[in-house]
Design a protein around this ligand. Structure first.
Ligand code: PLP
Length: 430
């Protein structure tokens, strides 16, 4: 026991000294070290080195859709690693897991989305989509179409292109050099898109990108007709429509892909996270058949874009098995049902707590928004988050652009009882 304690203390010190954490307060990390050093996961629960058990109310980073501790994913990874851990997909090289995964994604993706380009994550997927949208217009003889329009409160990742598309301004302000030709419109208004297109000149616009449900920006669900109108505006002006399904893909919202709630098909769809439930780093972009064929007429002859790990055999084998689990266990259906329970629970907590301004969600993406201006001690979300962590629930605070929100996205395997446990902790923490 003493030895374990020493090991934990040593890990904490090593973390403070050497582990430069992503999206963190660097100073706080240097001074206090990590709050949890997780060692194990099972279903919706995570365990740290001291045995503390917490509900992973965020599926870690909106991604562990099938829950923690899935041994069959470990077995697939081991088998593929032993057989062929890596080989390149550049040019005419290929491998079976990548081929089978591309075919599977083409089968389950909406409409004529048919050709899959693989990356290692969401940011790379977004940069791929912008570059190829721009290149598409070069191929089409309209090279002046270079602008990408995105939405306020959107989050598309941290590569230079993905940061440039991100509507949440603090992320853009963090870097002093962004990619050119990105502009932004109000996240809920198709009229704002039309006005912006007219203002910029339709002949200068390459694409419009949107998350079907905005995640990191505070779980904003678009009005029912929003995407139908967006699709028709894009068609009217000949603009490509890209959806960023990095969070909403693979069952999270109660359907396999978030855009399916709106009955339209994009020209490109970015994915990552839930495709492998985080068991291996993987992402990609699915292109419509028409776009894929047009890109065959590439001006350079060769596609000068590709990642070393595009089509990584082990990651693709894991993703195939992960999708198999999502389908076999009907996890999108469970997300829909438990999502209703989650929202009902949020409504009850709101009714009993006037500090809550609004609650919202779709499937297993949910948010509680506070009346932060009523609190003299600053935003409420981080304080409720700290209380929840003490009681065994981790979630995430969004304190950006005047918002004071707690967001939730538990694993899609969550049961009714587990949902009640999560809501009970939340109620006590609020
Ligand atoms: N797009 C969306 C909608 C996201 O939520 C994220 C990450 O949270 C990304 C892109 C970036 O993905 P990654 O962190 O895998 O690069």
């Amino acid at each position: 026991m003493i030895k374990e304690k020493t090991a934990a203390a040593e890990l904490k010190e090593l973390d403070k000294k050497h582990f430069f954490h992503p999206t963190s307060s660097i100073k706080q990390q240097q001074q206090s070290g990590p709050a949890f050093i997780f060692t194990e996961g099972k279903g919706i629960y995570l365990y740290d080195e001291s045995g503390t058990k917490v509900i992973d109310g965020m599926s870690s980073l909106w991604n562990v859709n099938v829950g923690h501790g899935r041994e069959e994913l470990g077995e697939v990874a081991k088998e593929q690693m032993a057989k062929l851990a890596f080989s390149s997909s550049f040019a005419s090289f290929s491998n079976e897991p990548a081929i089978r995964l591309a075919a599977k994604i083409a089968e389950i993706a909406p409409g004529d989305l048919n050709a899959v380009f693989f990356t290692s994550g969401g940011s790379e997927s977004n940069d791929t989509a912008y570059k190829l949208a721009r290149h598409y217009w070069v191929v089409k003889g309209q090279p002046q179409r270079q602008k990408i329009i995105s939405r306020s409160k959107s989050y598309h990742g941290v590569n230079v292109g993905a940061t440039s598309a991100t509507g949440l301004k603090p992320f853009r302000d963090f870097t002093n050099s962004l990619a050119p030709d990105f502009c932004y419109v109000d996240h809920m208004s198709p009229d704002a898109l039309r006005a912006r297109i007219e203002q910029e000149g339709p002949e200068t616009i390459a694409a419009f990108i949107a998350e079907p449900v905005q995640g990191a920006g505070g779980v904003h669900v678009a009005p029912e007709n929003y995407f139908k109108e967006i699709r028709s505006i894009c068609d009217e002006y000949g603009i490509l429509f890209i959806t960023d399904e990095v969070i909403t893909g693979f069952g999270r919202t109660g359907k396999l892909f978030g855009i399916e709630h709106y009955g339209v098909v994009p020209d490109m769809m970015c994915f990552a996270k839930g495709v492998s439930s985080g068991y291996a780093p993987l992402g990609g972009v699915v292109f419509s058949q028409a776009l894929y064929e047009e890109l065959g007429e590439l001006s350079t002859g060769t596609l000068l874009h590709g990642y070393t790990y595009s089509g990584h055999p082990m990651a693709c084998a894991v993703a195939l098995k992960n999708i198999d689990i999502i389908e076999r266990e009907k996890l999108a259906d469970n997300a829909e049902k438990r999502g209703v329970d989650m929202l009902n629970g949020f409504e009850e907590i709101k009714a009993a707590n006037p500090i809550i301004r609004a609650v919202r969600g779709l499937g297993l993406m949910g948010a509680i928004e506070f009346h932060s201006q009523e609190s003299a001690d600053g935003p409420l979300a981080p304080r409720v988050l700290a209380e929840a962590a003490k009681r065994g629930l981790i979630c995430r605070a969004v304190v950006l652009e005047g918002q004071d929100i707690l967001v939730f996205s538990p694993p899609l395997v969550i049961t009714n009882n587990e949902m009640q446990e999560m809501l009970h902790i939340l109620q006590a923490s609020v």
